[in-house]
Each structure stands twice: as C-alpha cells, then as structure tokens.
Design a protein around this ligand. Structure first.
Ligand SMILES: Cc1cc2nc3c(=O)[nH]c(=O)nc-3n(C[C@H](O)[C@H](O)[C@H](O)COP(=O)(O)O)c2cc1C
Length: 275
C-alpha cells in the first residue's frame, strides 16, 4: 500500500508532481479574458522576454502527429496589422493584448521538407485538415496553458472565420496553411466570472457512447444558462447556441467561407483523391 503511494507521488522525469487539488485549482482559475492591462495610451504591454520565450517553448513542446508538427503560429506584432485583424475578426482585444497569434494548420512545410530531400509529397488534403488542425490546437493550448501558469489569461478567437480571406492575404499564408483561430494573451483587466461546463457524463463516456436523455440535456441547459447572462439579463444558453448553430445562425454563414478557403489553400478533398 505504502509502496503504491510512493510510486504515484514520484515525480515523472524530474518534474514535481502537483496534487489533484492543485491541478483542479489551476484549471478552475482559467478564464477567457478580453480586456487586458495596457500602457496608459492603450497600447499593449510586451511580455518580458523570458515569459515570451517560455510560452513559445511550451507551444513547440506539444505532441505532434507523425512527428510532423503540422502547424504554424503567426505572431502579430505590427500595430497596423493588429488593427487589421481587429477589423477582420471583430475582436477588439487583438489591439490591446500583450501577445496575439494566428494559430494555423500547416502542411506547407512538411511538403517542402519532402521536396528539398528529393521526395514527392502525396495527396492527402482531408488528412491534412484533420491532423493539421489537431497539431495547431495542441500547440495553441500548450501556449495558453503556459501563459496561465505565468499569471496571464487569454482568449481564443474563432472570429477569424469572419474574415478568413483577408487574414490569409494579410499574413501571406501559402497553399497548405489554414488559420484555425487567433489567440490573445495578457494580464487580465477584468473581473471575469467562472463559466460553467455541461455535466461530466455528457462529455466523458465510458467504453461506449452515452446517448444523453432529454432530461439530461435540459439539465445541461440549466447548468449552462449563466454563461449567456449579460448584465442583468438572465442567460439563455439554447438561444445563444441557436444564434451560432441554428437555422440562419453564424456558423451556417461561415460554412461557404471555410469551404472557399479550403479550396484556395489546396485543402479541399476532390473525389479523384479518395480512390
Ligand atoms: C476555438 C475557440 C474560439 C473562440 N472564439 C472566440 C471569439 O471569437 N471571441 C471571443 O470573445 N471568445 C471566443 N472564444 C472564447 C469562448 O467564448 C470561451 O472559451 C467560452 O465562453 C468559455 O469561457 P471560459 O474559457 O472563460 O471558461 C473562443 C474559444 C475557443 C476555444
């Protein structure tokens, strides 16, 4: 018994293990934040070099499919480019955050590695989207988590879909590179509420997929309603979801934009490639 306990608490490869309570507390402190501490003139306060270096290191330490690192992060530094991205994504905090990135799936580089080493890149656009986005999300998540370890907060920005064309052009993204989302990081200047999640059995399934009952889904809506509250107005999560995912919602409007971008970036599968 005591042997087991010793084994469980032994640090992995020199790392000091946190306790379950500490791990929960770390993730409970997560908040998406959209107002950042700025200089008096409203301009971003740069991260200290060693903090920036640590979060970029964390991004690169993410696991990666097939060793390929199918992602790129474009760090946005120029104020006029930040302003352009504010416009294109409709997310104002890109101008004020200490750091702003566009997180992209990237299969351009691996194709180039093959070319310069005398190999012929294959045709696998659907696989590129699948593993490229996976790698991009893992790198971005590592970056955000590392930033939170250092006392910053951040915000993912799916709003890149509002101006995908313009972003691809502004960042000069080659074929094979597709923005997933932007990501801002900075010191929080807001008092952000703890935002709920649906009950665990709806997202963590054991052995086989658990089909949620109507009652469980109604309970989920009750749990999630506060996330949609605005000021004194009580939240209605289903209404919020409807605005995104319902008929005529914003996701449906994004669909043709993404399809066009997949086509333009060489990432749209064609029937002949499926054989
Ligand atoms: C992929 C992704 C895209 C998101 N896009 C936006 C966005 O465009 N604008 C925004 O203000 N928040 C955005 N968010 C933040 C979510 O609204 C936020 O994570 C969610 O409300 C839960 O809040 P919490 O992270 O504070 O727990 C995005 C989050 C993710 C993961």
């Amino acid at each position: 018994m005591s042997l087991n306990r010793t084994a469980q608490s032994r640090p992995a490869q020199g790392r000091t293990a946190l306790t379950p309570t500490e791990v929960r507390a770390f993730y409970d402190a997560h908040r998406t934040v959209r107002q950042y501490v700025t200089a008096p003139d409203g301009s971003p306060i740069p991260l200290p070099d060693d903090h920036l270096d640590a979060i970029l290191h964390a991004a690169q330490r993410a696991p990666t499919d097939a060793t390929a690192q199918l992602y790129s992060l474009v760090r946005i530094t120029r104020p006029e480019l930040r302003a352009r991205l504010v416009e294109l994504t409709t997310n104002a905090h890109i101008a004020t955050a200490s750091e702003a990135f566009v997180v992209c799936a990237d299969v351009h580089r691996v194709s180039r590695v093959l070319e310069v080493t005398g190999h012929q890149p294959g045709e696998w656009p659907a696989i590129a989207v699948h593993f490229g986005l996976g790698d991009a999300v893992m790198a971005g998540t590592n970056l955000l988590t590392a930033a939170e370890m250092l006392g910053y907060q951040g915000c993912w920005i799916g709003g890149v879909m509002n101006g995908l064309d313009g972003i691809i052009a502004a960042l000069e993204l080659p074929v094979g590179v597709l923005p997933f989302a932007a990501l801002t990081i900075g010191r929080s200047a807001e008092d952000t509420p703890y935002r709920p999640r649906v009950q665990r059995p709806l997202v963590i399934h054991t052995d086989t997929y658990h089909m949620a009952t109507d009652a469980e889904l109604r309970e989920a809506v009750e749990i999630m309603n506060p996330i949609a509250a605005r000021g004194d107005r009580p939240g209605d999560w289903a209404r919020l979801l409807n605005a995104y995912f319902g008929t005529g919602g914003s996701m449906g409007k994004r669909e043709p934009v993404l399809r066009a971008a997949l086509e333009r970036q060489g990432l749209a599968p064609h029937d002949s490639e499926v054989a």
